[in-house]
Design a protein around this ligand. Structure first.
Ligand SMILES: *[C@@H]1O[C@H](CO)[C@@H](O)[C@H](O)[C@H]1NC(C)=O
Ligand SMILES: *[C@@H]1O[C@H](CO)[C@@H](O)[C@H](O)[C@H]1NC(C)=O
Ligand SMILES: CC(=O)N[C@H]1CO[C@H](CO)[C@@H](O)[C@@H]1O
Length: 390
């Protein structure tokens, strides 16, 4: 009897000690990240997951040959940033009619690289739209769900090109550690590269997904405040309010979860996230750009309240007042005279449209998750309508 008791108590003792160690390790880890903020970026960008592996970026189709694009419609280009970092990017031509796409000609096969580049450049200068795509964290531009989205964008309008970059430290870009300041330079360099090919700013739609929505929001703010430049639009997929807000709720890396339910601790935790990516501020400042928020109601990585709050903030900033602050009632209704709401058949999606001249729209897709927006026809239709193609 005594023996059993003893072993029970020592078992409980071991468990208790184990729990204390686990908490100590966790707190040490968090304290280290706070004391050395330069250790945070690898957890934010996750560029060390180099997936998909082994892409031959310099190959004939820029490494995209196996991804189902029409023959000879993708090239890898190199973009140099203001701090002399070289980035890899894809330039993807508009969707080709099937007959043209598969007519692989001897002329194309023997084409010199310079002539090929000139042909791509000439087509780019003649674009109707250029979608400049900034991807999310982890993995590179060849990631399947990103490719699905490029393909959808190719089919918007008649002559839509896609340019998708890899930030520093990702893909075939120089292996320089990404930081907020560095990635901001990457975004500016990518924009400048497109404009230097003879594309009018008014034809360029800046697109961001997930982490990239912070990058895209920064870029449009920079363009409108520093250069008085307005593009064709800002398309934000699965946006977050600020990096700190995203980190606090991020299920893939629930480091800050223990803090999130306590308002003061949460505020403290927020202030300790070094990479800011303050999209709410940046978006509210870029008032001349058309904006479209797309968000899946089944997005558990970044829940759709982020996009709702951003939508309200952006419309509010343009009207000079708060919009529907407390009246976004449970089932997705926003009550505000400045906003019109359309519900699609079977509640497939809800579209919120500001009534201003420069459209600010928000489409919430009922069945979509964080990486699956490209699977929904309503998304393609909505982007086309927002860009004035239908
Ligand atoms: C930029 O970097 C390349 C190597 O990546 C180097 O050859 C070149 O000299 C650098 N240019 C400047 C202006 O620093
Ligand atoms: C910004 O651009 C708009 C239209 O292109 C122009 O009307 C306006 O005067 C410009 N503002 C400044 C400060 O240059
Ligand atoms: C104009 C402006 O406020 N831009 C800000 C956009 O957000 C980033 C933080 O991610 C700031 O560094 C910029 O100053």
């Amino acid at each position: 009897m005594t023996r059993v008791k003893k072993s029970q108590s020592s078992c409980t003792g071991r468990l208790a000690r184990g729990a204390v160690y686990a908490v100590a390790v966790y707190l040490t880890f968090v304290a280290t990240l706070v004391s050395f903020p330069t250790l945070q970026p690898p957890l934010v960008y996750i560029n060390w997951i180099r997936y998909p592996f082994g892409v031959d970026w310099t190959g004939p189709e820029g490494g995209a040959g196996y991804l189902g694009f029409a023959h000879d419609t993708v090239r890898t280009v190199r973009i140099t940033t203001s701090d002399n970092v070289t980035l890899g990017a894809w330039h993807i031509l508009p969707k080709q009619p099937a007959a043209v796409a598969y007519a692989r000609t001897a002329k194309q096969d023997s084409e010199e690289p310079t002539a090929r580049n000139a042909r791509f450049d000439a087509q780019l200068a003649d674009a109707d739209r250029v979608f400049l795509y900034f991807h999310g964290n982890a993995g590179n531009r060849a990631h399947r769900h990103r490719v699905d989205f490029y393909k959808m964008l190719q089919g918007i309008g008649a002559r839509s090109h896609v340019v998708a970059i890899d930030y520093r430290g990702f893909g075939d870009s120089d292996r320089v550690s990404p930081t907020e300041a560095g990635v901001q330079r990457d975004a500016i360099a990518a924009w400048d590269w497109v404009i230097a090919r003879g594309v009018q700013p008014a034809k360029v739609v800046v697109v961001g997904h997930s982490l990239g929505t912070g990058v895209a929001s920064f870029l449009v703010n920079h363009l409108s405040t520093a250069r008085n430049t307005t593009g064709a639009g800002l398309l934000v997929l699965a946006a977050y309010v600020t990096m700190a807000d995203a980190a606090l709720g991020y299920p893939m890396l629930p480091l800050l979860w223990p803090f999130k339910h306590h308002p003061q601790l949460a505020a403290k935790a927020r202030s300790l996230v070094a990479e800011r990516w303050d999209s709410e501020v940046n978006l509210s400042g870029a008032t001349s750009w058309p904006v479209l928020f797309l968000h899946g109601a089944q997005d558990f990585e970044i829940p759709s309240w982020h996009a709702r709050r951003l939508f309200r903030a952006v419309v509010g900033a343009r009207l000079g007042r708060e919009v529907g602050q407390d009246s976004w009632v449970a089932e997705g209704e926003l009550q505000d005279s400045a906003v019109e709401i359309k519900q699609f058949a079977g509640n497939e999606a809800a579209l919120y449209q500001s009534k201003e001249k420069t459209p600010v729209w928000f489409l919430e897709v009922e069945e979509a998750g964080h990486n699956t927006l490209a699977d929904f026809e309503i998304v393609r239709t909505c982007i086309s309508a927002w860009q004035g193609f239908i």
